[in-house]
Design a protein around this ligand. Structure first.
Ligand SMILES: [Fe+2]
Length: 282
């Protein structure tokens, strides 16, 4: 099998970015401290209890992709203060996103945060590239997405750790990985496998009798339509109590490309919505 480069969260951002550009994915240990992880899991516990793994989604293809043994929570910023105040604006992600996404936009934003609790018997997902949701985007294109799966419990192969094809961000579109070209992101809780939108991967099969709790968290350039409708998932009455940086990452900030010869996106009454939130006008 292949391997995924492994770093500590304290490693220089440049090392993480270099690993991403070279291999398409890196494992970063200790992104969430044990205390932060415990507080987040404690907030998530009662919410997950309410989620049915056999729920339906908006399309049968999505039902098939997620299967009937996975409990999901989206809109995490409106359901977890720990996420909204700390994890969303975590400095580790800021450093990596600044390097990977900022060259292609004026500001980046959260695409989606999605707790995925993969239950006993959950099958391996189809191997995919996350950025393929934007199928209309011409190729080649600069990096538009920085994605990750954070282990909220220890990830082992048997429990369904994320499977990755290192180097696949450089492959021609039609090439599928051979089994020996795949690597398994085994890692302790609080670690993250961080990957580019163009890197082939899948949630692994859970062959144990335990749940594999993880969270997909990804960011995209600020001019791209996000998967989760973050303004509705975290509406103004919730967003206004979050830090300004979180509001910006949820997409409330205008995308100002004037300096690059572009224009404004996402204004309200031709003003910046984060300013309106601060003024109590939104
Ligand atoms: Fe994915």
């Amino acid at each position: 099998m292949e391997t995924i480069p492994r770093l500590a969260a304290s490693a220089p951002t440049g090392d993480v970015v270099a690993g991403l550009r070279e291999h398409g994915a890196v494992i970063v240990e200790g992104v969430l401290s044990q205390g932060l992880l415990a507080r987040f899991n404690a907030e998530i516990d009662p919410i997950l209890e309410q989620v049915r793994p056999d729920r339906s989604y908006l399309n049968p293809a999505v039902d098939y992709f997620y299967g009937k043994r996975v409990r999901q929570i989206t809109g995490v910023a409106s359901r977890s203060r720990v996420f909204g105040e700390e994890i969303l604006c975590h400095p580790f992600y800021a450093g990596v996103c600044d390097a990977i996404l900022l060259p292609s936009c004026s500001r980046y934003q959260l695409n989606v945060a999605q707790v995925m609790d993969r239950g006993p018997g959950a099958e391996q997902q189809l191997l995919h590239r996350d950025e393929d949701v934007w199928v209309h985007l011409p190729r080649p294109h600069p990096e538009v997405q920085l994605a990750s799966v954070i282990a909220l419990v220890d990830f082992s192969a048997e429990l369904g750790a994320t499977v990755v094809a290192p180097g696949s961000h450089r492959w021609e579109r039609g090439r599928q990985p051979e089994p020996e070209e795949l690597a398994c992101a085994e890692m302790p809780a609080g670690s993250a496998v961080v990957y580019l939108g163009s890197t082939i991967h899948a949630g692994g099969a859970n062959t144990t009798d335990r749940w594999r709790r993880g969270m997909h968290m990804s960011f995209v350039v600020g001019w791209l339509r996000t998967e989760d409708n973050n303004y509705l998932s975290t509406p103004p009455q919730v967003a206004r109590s979050l830090p300004r940086r979180s509001q910006e990452l949820l997409g409330y900030a205008a995308h100002d490309a004037i300096a690059a010869g572009g224009g404004y996106l996402g204004t309200v009454d031709l003003l910046d919505p984060v300013d309106l939130l601060a003024q109590g006008k939104l």
